[in-house]
Structures are given as structure tokens and as C-alpha cells.
Ligand binder design. Structure first.
Ligand SMILES: *Cc1c(COP(=O)(O)O)cnc(C)c1O
Length: 468
């Protein structure tokens, strides 16, 4: 979470209270205005407190118009009811809420099947707060396995993790927090994600694993997981090094099984030892849930698993935190049950169709060059076409905000820092109709942008944020 600073000024204006909200003080008819940065001395009546908080939130953006985030912004009312019913259940109390725990177990089993585990009964897995926690757990398992295998040299040897420079920030966190060297395969020319051969060449006896991303955050492209495994097979033949692969399927692990059934990226590949996904991205659940699965017990060292008995029972758990709401896991089970395979396929196909047609139409405007076309993740990235120099992607992002659209603009990582792009993430609920409105707004802006004498945005980092 953002690291906030405390507030220094002592006397500043309190929250402003609309006279209509007053119901407490019979003399003035007004409730006392609560301070902003100090715990109020006493209570505020619930209706006034509700109105004050509600009003504060009015200027938050409209989540449905947010084309920056991958995270679910719409669920059915029934899912909302179930979540409300479960908001008091603590996921960690497996013994007190055995049925919630059972639904979590069923979700893991369904995902093991969906990701083609050769022996689903051997799979171990758990829910998490999102892919970031899932990646921390998967990375820890890789590191511990490596340490066990290299007990004679570790500590002393410095472990490393190989991955594309396009990895999501959670992998940089993992390497920083757990003191693992990040070995990054750079982008090259028009290749915006990991190259299998280059990844294999970065591996040595201290490599704990290679991360392949199914669905790069930067442009929505799938990394070539099967080729990566083949390159590592060849490496093993040459050198004897046996390097496991973790697939970060935060988005794609809930897209590819439904729309790209012939793509082999999952547990069908013997080298893939673990996979994560974000239930709250294309798993179609509101924020707060992710999943991590390991092929078998060998892939997840037993010594990382904790058993506590002071809540009753003796359920093994693997997690960074302890208490966590059960509602998201229940909502995930609901969605899996509700949609089934063909339902998920229909939803994801619709989303992909919207992304592809939007990408084509953006290209047809003539001012832009597409990097991706929405045919892998339903995400596409584009930049200004050669010869467009009166404005840049940061201007486009800023001007789109005027009509309520949140479309991030950002620069690419090393070797392609010269490249700045806009990225559109299509999600369930972003309809063809909304896409029409978006295209109308974008087309309407172009004549004005073309008349600019040059790009306006000086401070690019402040222009827009890069999300997830
Ligand atoms: C979003 C994302 C993450 C982080 O997932 P959260 O669920 O937001 O914690 C990790 N990896 C990739 C590839 C992502 O797209």
C-alpha cells in the first residue's frame, strides 16, 4: 500500500458538514464538524458519517471507464450478496468455517484440471490475496528447493531468478525482499518479452528458476512458454542443469484455457512446476483473490508449510498473512460454478472480440501504430505512427481523461526506453457500445491534437500512471 506520511499541521479546517446532515445537537441543529487528520473526540451519528464518507469518494473515477486496470470491476448482484454474507468469515479459521475451506479446495482442484495437471490429486495449491502474494510463495518454493539441492554450497552462493525485463513489479519485489539476484532478459527491437534462448543463456548453477509470463503486463503478449521449456531442456542436455519454470499466468491462465486450447503452456510441460493466477483479473472476481498451484509435493518443500492448532484443527497453510476475508474465495467458487467452461469461454471471447475490433479501429485512424492487437490477452498497446510529431501518447492519455477515460501512457523498459505507448485493457463489462463511445471520443480529439505545435506534456512521469 502507499506509504503515507503523517499530517503535520495542527490547525486546519475540519470536514465540512452540510446542515442537512445535522441531527445530533438539538440546539444548533448541527453536528460538530469532525477533524480530518485526528481521531474525533466523540462519535458522529451513523447517517452523517455515512454521508461524509460517501461524499469524499464522489471524485474517485468511474471504475468501468478505467481501461488501465486488469482487475474486475463488475460482478453480478448474486455474487455481491454472497460476498456480503461471507464478509465476517476469516479464511484462516479453516476449522471454524470448514465449508469455506472446502470451497477453496474445490477451486484448487478445478484449476489443477483446467491447467492440465497430469495427476490432479498430486497438485497442491492455495488461495492468496492476489498474484503478487502467489508469486512470493512460488518464488520462495523455488528458492528453498534450490537451497536444498545445493546445501553444500549455500549459504555462500547467491541465488538468481531469470525472467524478462517486462515482468510485473511483484518479481522485482520478490528478488528484493528475498535477496535473490534478478537476471533480466532485455527487450530487443520489436521483441517486447522474454527470448527463450537468451533466458537459457543467463542460467547457471545458482538459478532457482525461470519465470515465464502468460500475458505480459506491458503489451498483453504471451511469452513462449513451450519454447522456453525446450530451451531449458537443451540446456540440461548440454550442461546437466535442471532449471524449473514458474508460469506467471496472472491474466492469461484464465484466458488461454478457454480461448487458446491448443497452446501448450501449462502443467502439460514437465518443466512447469508451478502456476499462479489472479482470481480478481480474468478469474472475474472483485479484488482480493489469487491462486498458486504446484505440480506436486516435491515442488513445494514441506518445511515452508505451517500448521497451527490454536484455532482448532490442524490444517496446513502456506501464506504470507494470517487473517483474510473469505468472501473472495466464495465469490471465485460461485463464478466457476456459475459460468462453467463454456460460460468462461463466451465471456472471454466477447472481451477478446471487443479488444481486437477496437485495436483495428485505432489502427484505422491512421495516427497510431499497434504493438499488439488484443489477440492474446484482450489487451493492446499502441504508439504514435512515424511522422506524428505534433503530439505524443502522454497528450492522448491526458486529453482522454477529459471524457472520463483512464488510459495509461508509459515508457518501455531498458533497450526500448525510446518507446512510449498507450495501453487499453478490455475486461468483461466493457462492451462494444462503450468501445464505440471510446473511439468517437478519440477521433474527436485527433484534429485538435494534430494542430498542436508539439507534445505538451513535459513531465512524463507525472502524466499518467502505469497500472499493474
Ligand atoms: C497483475 C499482475 C501481477 C500482480 O497481480 P496482483 O493480483 O495484482 O497482485 C503479477 N504478474 C502479472 C503478469 C500481472 O499481470
Amino acid at each position: 500500500m502507499p506509504l503515507h506520511k503523517g499530517h503535520a499541521e495542527s490547525d486546519e479546517r475540519p470536514l465540512s458538514v452540510n446542515p442537512f446532515y445535522g441531527e445530533a445537537d438539538p440546539v444548533s441543529g448541527m453536528i460538530e464538524a469532525p477533524p480530518k487528520h485526528r481521531l474525533p473526540d466523540g462519535p458522529t451519528p451513523p447517517s452523517a458519517a455515512y454521508q461524509l464518507v460517501h461524499d469524499e469518494l464522489m471524485l474517485d473515477g468511474n471504475s468501468r471507464l478505467n481501461l488501465a486496470t486488469f482487475v474486475t470491476t463488475w460482478m453480478e448482484p448474486q455474487a455481491g450478496i454472497l460476498m456480503a454474507e461471507c464478509r465476517d468469515k476469516n479464511m484462516i479459521d479453516k476449522d471454524e468455517y470448514p465449508r469455506t475451506a472446502e470451497l477453496e479446495r474445490r477451486c484448487v482442484a478445478m484449476l489443477a484440471d483446467l491447467w492440465n495437471a497430469p495427476d490432479p490429486s498430486a497438485v497442491v495449491g492455495c488461495s492468496t490475496t492476489g498474484s503478487s502474494e502467489a508469486c512470493m510463495l512460488a518464488g520462495m518454493a523455488l528458492k528453498r528447493r534450490w537451497a536444498q539441492r545445493n546445501a553444500d554450497r549455500y549459504p555462500g552462493a547467491r541465488p538468481n531468478l531469470v525472467m524478462g525485463v517486462n515482468v510485473q513489479v511483484c518479481w522485482e519485489k520478490f528478488c528484493n525482499f528475498w535477496e535473490v539476484e534478478a537476471r533480466l532478459v532485455p527487450m530487443e527491437g520489436e521483441r517486447f518479452h522474454l527470448d527463450p534462448q537468451a533466458a537459457a543463456e543467463l542460467c547457471d548453477e545458482n538459478t532457482i528458476g525461470v519465470v515465464g509470463i502468460l500475458g505480459s503486463t506491458f503489451d498483453g503478449s504471451y511469452e513462449p512458454i513451450a519454447d522456453l521449456c525446450a530451451a531449458l531442456d537443451a540446456l540440461q542436455e548440454r550442461t546437466g542443469l535442471d532449471v524449473p519454470v514458474h508460469v506467471d499466468g496472472a491474466s492469461g491462465a484464465m484466458i488461454a484455457p478457454f480461448l487458446d486450447e491448443d497452446l501448450v503452456w501449462d502443467f502439460r510441460l514437465a518443466r512447469v512446476t508451478s502456476i499462479n493466477t489472479s482470481g480478481h483479473k480474468y478469474g472475474l472476481v472483485y479484488p482480493g483473490v489469487g491462486w498458486a498451484l504446484w505440480r506436486d509435493k516435491e515442488a513445494l518443500p514441506e518445511e515452508l508449510v505451517f500448521r497451527v492448532n490454536y484455532l482448532g484443527g490442524d490444517m496446513p497453510t502456506f501464506a504470507l498473512n494470517f487473517s483474510r476475508p473469505g468472501a473472495q474465495v466464495v465469490a471465485q467458487y460461485y463464478t466457476l460454478l456459475r459460468l462453467g467452461r463454456s460460460g468462461y469461454r463466451a465471456v472471454q471471447q466477447t472481451t477478446r472480440d471487443v479488444a481486437r475490433s477496437m485495436a483495428d479501429r485505432v489502427e484505422a485512424l491512421g495516427d497510431f501504430r499497434l504493438l499488439t492487437r488484443g489477440d492474446e490477452l484482450p489487451v493492446f498497446a499502441f504508439t504514435t505512427a512515424p511522422g506524428v510529431d505534433s503530439y505524443d501518447v502522454f497528450d492522448v492519455s491526458r486529453r482522454l481523461r477529459e471524457s472520463g477515460w483512464l488510459v495509461p501512457a508509459y515508457t518501455f523498459p531498458p533497450h526500448r526506453e525510446d518507446l512510449s505507448v498507450l495501453r487499453v485493457v478490455c475486461r468483461n463489462g466493457f462492451s462494444e457500445d462503450l468501445a464505440d463511445l471510446f473511439l468517437e471520443d478519440l477521433s474527436r480529439l485527433l484534429p485538435e491534437l494534430r494542430r498542436q505545435s508539439g507534445p505538451h506534456t513535459r513531465d512524463k512521469s507525472a502524466a499518467t500512471g502505469f497500472h499493474h
